[in-house]
Ligand binder design. Sequence first.
Ligand code: AHM
Ligand code: MG
Length: 294
Amino acid sequence: MAKTLEKHLENVDSELASLILKLSSVAKVISDELPYRRGKADTENVFGEVQLVADKWADQYITNELRESGMVKTLVSEEQPEIVKLNETGTFNITLDPLDGSSNIESNNSVGIIIGIYKKDLPAQGKDMVAAMFILYGSVISLVYAVPNNVSEFINTKRGFVLRAENIKIPEPGILYGVGGLKREWLPEFKKYIEELEKDGQKLRYGGSFVGDMNQILHYGGIFAYPELVTKPNGKLRLLVESNTMAYVIKQAGGASSTGKGSILEVKPESITQRVPTYIGNKELIEKLETALK
Ligand code: AHM
Ligand code: MG
């Protein structure tokens, strides 16, 4: 019988294991609540995006659960303008996208939760993360967690989260690409790079949910990008709560990330709301991309 998440976590530091388990139960509650929280809230987040009832509720729910757990010192969330102080004696600092891809709720495509786990004070560099995880609400609920050089995936069953794969490595060669942003706003050299991938037989798959789109890259290989755009030189995705976390997961699976000018994980954050052009995938494709953008 497949190992449960609890059993699997016996291999990691016990405090980290407790935090991941806590987040796994939080994720199930959120999935149970989503059918009832699909409307628009009358507020915007710090990025000027209209919040959904689900975004706000998930953010508050996770924040409260983490506060009560006592394990977390501070939290940076996509839905909150400042660093949130939770517990002075907590071991971890967390970055959170409480409901990524929430514009997919209307059409019932995938959404998820993205969590970066640090011991250093935030904002820190992505390379300082001690672990990362994401939960994907797809045809099943899956949970992926990454610690140095090891990425494991679990699916939610009647027995709770059970192991689907461990020591996951991004397949070589990758077969997919997924790119956000208006195509007419891509830089000409990036357009050319994508045309070359197409010539090599790579197939387009873009779902509009970072967590879902990255999970495809983890399983099939390829490259995901929310690139530099003519009108938005830093693209859309947020360094702390989105790009770093997925860049960390893919790195532990043998892949790489880039802002176009070096690894995302090396960027020194200037603010908690900073955005970065985001390119994540197979190492070879990231190297090719950096050459193409030079
Ligand atoms: P969100 O966290 O508010 O949902 O925004 C981030 C999302 C990502 O999931 C996805 O990669 C991107 O925005 C999609 O943007 P677009 O609608 O421009 O394709
Ligand atoms: Mg997001």
